[in-house]
Design a protein around this ligand. Sequence first.
Ligand SMILES: [Zn+2]
Length: 138
Amino acid sequence: MSADYAVAGKVPVPCWQGPCPECGGEATYKWQPIADGRRQIRASCRSCNRFLGFAPHSPPFTLHANAARLAQDAEVWPAEALLALEKELQTLAKDRPGDPSDNVLHVGEQLLAVLRERPKTTVWIGVTDGEAGDAEAD
Ligand SMILES: [Zn+2]
């Protein structure tokens, strides 16, 4: 923390939280594989796609990246993963780690409600963009 921030009593916002220095857009987070098999959370601008940095492996950034991966790959998560996600979302709602935005809290609450109400036999949950089938342009 620099002296200026300490005097003002403000915590500096890390570059990977946005807003984008180029266009002021919001940050978006995606898992990115590294050559050695590990993965990192890449932050980029939602509007101009500028690279903003790498976010820590903690909520709410893991939640953003997981949701993006679910939406992109329609990945099937085992029941244990859904349980772990439910616990993480409960922590998000209760402790608000990383000072999440209202949008993150809202989406987290919605997803948590879906997870809480899932039938016991649920083995996966999908996320879509509302487009039917292969209607996406990319
Ligand atoms: Zn931008």
